[in-house]
Design a protein around this ligand. Structure first.
Ligand code: ADP
Length: 873
């Protein structure tokens, strides 16, 4: 057996507790790493790998970092997805018998950050735990830096679990090995990096001790198990009381609008698809929050739109109040600006890591509350008034801090200078002694200068030699030998002491040391006293955040001419002049074309939208989904008016770049999405399918598209928007009573095609693909050749028809399409050949009519004229 030195033996024992983390092992002023940790850390952190004698023949690999710089290094490792266990000396070297005792005091993991650069102000940092129990998955999620905790349980379906997972986007997930593996394998590759930790400790003891019995009681077993997993992990890594985690928020997933990860991503709710940046997302547009808590709450609201009309109306009512009254809005923003991140401040206070500046920040924040409360009380919004009534001003906490803490406290609580004069009698006496001592030194300096006649004589202080009298070399000749006791020789000066000086120094230093001790003690006592008030402060923080979100939504709504939506439990979904809020914002002002949306039994529930690429189909469909989401989070919407029914779930199937799940083909992903839609969509859902059936042959694609549309229409009856380049599907309007054809209007003139971005009834009959290719700058020779080929295809089609026709012959369900292709099309062509010149003229006139720019009356007149011409012939 290898015989290591006792210190390395101790290291190995501690390391065995944390095999999956870097162990930062405290040795004096350094954290050292050994063995494999050292080799890996030296690479990851680019620090020198050295060796240490460990009692073995070969040196043990070692690398270290100064303890005061640890935060930066820890952050770098966490960012790379590692965990770091901090091992400290837990007894004073002089008290130790043998080797100093060392213990892990905390394990820092990506999901358990409390502070530092890695923690973004406006984003919650969640850690989630999931567990399968009976026929359910339990799911618990917590932000340790704020103390927020949510639990729920869902049916035993991985999709539902993933939906919850992606709504919170945790940075760490805990669970049994197989479940963790399943989640990992099914997450979008481009999702935020998540660290997966195998963890299956389900002993309920800690959880039952931590929470009051009445909070645990309502939880179903799956929820309780998930919560237990989470709490045990937090306790094992944090190794301290978690008294800021007080409130369990249990929710049912159907309390909120459901969306899967694709949908969230496709609709760019909190980040863009391409850059994964907040800029360009809905959150970016809606975020005019002033406080960090407000920013985080807004994000949560966007991730979880509501499902109760009354609750949404309450929110809208508050937004409405700020929307209408610019002065109140400005006022409230002004007061919110004085408020720091109360949630994280209080969490740090209860965690025992808050410093003097944190308490000062809490004091300043609390001082801003009364004015904020008054504005809400005086407002004409019932929601705001109710919030104001629940605002606890926490005046006691405010007065404790203002009595104790100086106006500009230092960063470290170990430096002293944190506590105000007059707060503590003994401390004041020590401060007095300290001040007197310093005065005494000044007096001594004056006296000694006089005595010796050396004007440059000065009294100084350093940590090693304490107080001294310093005389420069050139003046030493004037100093009678033996005046002072020589202490230190510098290049150009000598330093001396006197017994009197030493005596006074002892008194001053003792006073200073005591002062620091007492200050630290008083500070910690105050911090603990405030920590007792944690739930009051947390509640206040939440109310402030809510007010902030209302003003944010109102500010954005007013700036962008959004209108208040009216929500119902019914079915009809009517939006007048709707816009896509983000596309509109990034475009030149005024250039976005608004479009209506009418979805009801009378207006149709399936909209089949045809039109060329780049015509605006996909923007329009997303716009409908975004308007539904905005309405259900309680925001005004980009439309002239909106009377909309609640949507319980949005499904999106949007083409392009979908090979995001490892090992799946694009088409397979599409089909799997559609499968989920067919299984989970209800009548109240909104389904958006962009370019259905693209990933396979034309015939098969069209066949699947038709079958899916029929299923949505007949079996589910959900609101469905489908865009397709299969113009042939337009005939479905004849057989599906609630399907309506729409297309994006295009104006053709002088070989120019203009996309009007206007949704109009009817089906498009061309894709303008080659035209788009020209706009994209393809060589003119390719464009011309394409037109030639196309004309050839069309000519041939009239004799030998589409590919679809062959498929139709082989596949039963295609009867309708083949009829269309075989019978209608050639006949239409033949008919065209036989047309008389008059009819041709009428058709030409119709073709060239600029319908978009006509009033309904002009259109009627045109039809009248044309009919008359036909009758005349
Ligand atoms: P499609 O899905 O038909 O290919 P998109 O929805 O992707 O077309 O739209 C193409 C571009 O057209 C968008 O990037 C946007 O800039 C512009 N666009 C879309 N809708 C509108 C609109 N209603 N008003 C103005 N521009 C629009």
């Amino acid at each position: 057996m290898i015989k290591y030195t006792p210190m390395i033996e101790q290291y190995l024992l501690v390391k065995a507790e944390v095999p999956d983390a870097f162990l930062f092992f405290r040795l004096g002023d350094f954290y050292e790493m050994f063995f494999d940790d050292a080799i890996l850390a030296s690479k990851e952190l680019e620090i020198t790998l050295t060796g240490r004698d460990g009692g073995t023949q070969e040196k043990i690999p070692m690398c270290g970092i100064p303890y005061h710089a640890a935060e930066n290094y820890i952050a770098r490792l966490i960012e790379k997805g590692y965990k770091v266990a901090i091992c400290e000396q837990v007894e004073k070297p002089e008290e130790a018998k043998g080797i100093v005792r060392r213990e892990i005091v905390r394990i820092v993991t990506p999901g358990t950050l409390m502070e530092g650069k890695m923690l973004s102000d406006s984003v919650n940092n969640y850690i989630a735990a999931a567990i399968a129990h009976d026929d359910k998955y339990g799911f618990a999620v917590c932000d340790l830096s704020t103390g927020e905790l949510h639990v729920t349980s869902v049916e035993l379906s991985l999709e539902l679990l993933l939906d919850e997972f992606t709504a919170f986007a945790p940075s760490e997930m805990l669970g049994a090995a197989d479940l963790v593996e399943q989640v990992r394998a099914n997450l979008l590759l481009t999702s935020k990096a998540v660290v997966f930790t195998q963890w299956d400790s389900v002993d309920e003891q800690f959880t039952r001790q931590h929470f009051a019995a009445e909070h645990i009681k309502p939880l179903d077993p799956a929820c309780l198990y998930a919560l237990t997993l989470l709490m045990n992990y937090l306790s094992a890594t944090q190794k301290r009381m978690l008294s800021h985690i007080t409130h369990i928020r249990q929710y049912e997933s159907n309390q909120f609008m459901m969306m899967d990860s694709f949908t969230r991503r496709n609709l760019e709710l909190v980040e863009t698809v391409r850059e994964r940046s907040k800029k360009g997302s809905l959150l970016w547009l809606l975020d005019e929050s002033v406080t960090s808590m407000g920013g985080r709450m807004l994000r949560r609201w966007i991730e979880k739109p509501l499902m109760q009309v009354a609750q949404i109306d309450q929110r809208l009512e508050a937004v409405d109040c700020f929307y209408r009254q610019l002065i109140i809005r400005d006022d409230i923003r002004h007061h919110l600006q004085q408020i720091y991140d109360l949630e994280r401040l209080t969490a740090r206070i209860s965690y025992g890591s808050a410093n003097g500046r944190d308490l000062l920040a809490l004091q300043l924040s609390l001082a801003a509350i009364p004015a904020l409360r008054q504005i809400c009380l005086d407002s004409d919004s019932n929601t705001l008034q109710q919030l104001a009534k629940r605002m606890d001003l926490c005046e006691d906490v405010l007065s404790w801090i203002s009595a104790a803490i100086v106006d500009e406290p230092p960063v470290s609580i170990r430096d002293g200078g944190i506590i105000r004069d007059g707060y503590h009698e003994h401390l004041d006496q020590l401060k007095e002694a300290d001040r007197n001592g310093k005065q005494w030194m000044a007096e001594l300096e004056r006296q000694e200068r006089e005595k010796t006649g050396i004007k440059s004589l000065k009294i100084g202080y350093n940590r090693i030699f304490g107080y001294y009298i310093e005389i420069t070399r050139s003046h030493l000749v004037n100093l009678p030998e033996g005046t002072y006791e020589r202490k230190q020789t510098l290049a150009n000066a000598e330093r001396f002491v006197t017994p009197e000086l030493k005596e006074k120094e002892a008194l001053i230093l003792e006073a200073q040391e005591k002062m620091v001790d007492i200050e630290q003690e008083l500070f910690i006592k105050l911090r603990e006293q405030i920590a007792q008030q944690i739930s009051r402060l947390q509640q206040l923080a939440e109310i402030v955040a809510e007010v902030d979100v209302y003003q944010s939504l109102a500010t954005v709504s007013a700036a962008n001419r959004f209108k208040r939506p009216y929500l119902t439990d019914g079915y009809s979904f009517q939006v007048g002049q709707g816009r896509h809020p983000v596309v509109e914002t990034v475009m030149k002002s005024g250039s976005f074309v608004a479009n209506d949306t009418h979805l009801s039994e009378e207006d149709g529930i399936v909209l089949l939208i045809t039109g060329p690429n780049m015509a605006g189909k996909s923007t329009y469909m997303r716009q409908v989904a975004i308007i539904a989401i905005m309405a259900q989070i309680g925001c005004f919407v980009p439309a002239e008016h909106a009377n909309v029914s609640l949507i319980d779930r949005i499904f999106t199937r949007i083409g392009a770049a979908d090979d995001l799940i490892a090992g799946q083909s694009t088409f397979m992903v599409e089909m799997m999405d559609i499968q989920v839609m067919t299984e989970k969509a209800t009548k109240r859902s909104l389904v958006i399918i962009d370019e259905l059936g693209r990933g396979t042959s034309t015939g098969e694609g069209m066949a699947i598209a038709q079958a899916v549309i029929e299923f949505m229409h007949d079996e589910i009856g959900c609101k469905t928007l489908v865009s397709t380049h299969f113009h042939e599907l337009a005939h479905l309007e004849e057989t599906l009573s609630s399907l309506r054809n729409y297309c994006m209007a295009v104006r053709e003139s002088n070989q120019q095609v203009t996309f009007l971005r206007k949704l109009i009834p009817g089906a498009a009959d061309t894709s303008y693909g080659i035209y788009c290719a020209r706009i994209a700058g393809l060589p003119e020779s390719i464009i011309q050749r394409s037109y030639t080929l196309l004309n050839g295809f069309i000519a041939r089609e009239s004799i030998a028809p589409y590919e679809t026709q062959q498929v139709a012959a082989a596949a039963e369900p295609f009867v309708q399409l083949s009829l269309f292709a075989e019978a209608d099309k050639p006949q239409a062509d033949k008919a065209k050949k036989k047309l008389d010149p008059k009819t041709e003229q009428v058709i030409d006139e119709l073709r060239n009519a600029d319908i978009i720019n006509m009033t309904p009356l002009q259109a009627m007149n045109l039809v009248y004229e044309l009919k008359k011409k036909l009758a005349e012939k």
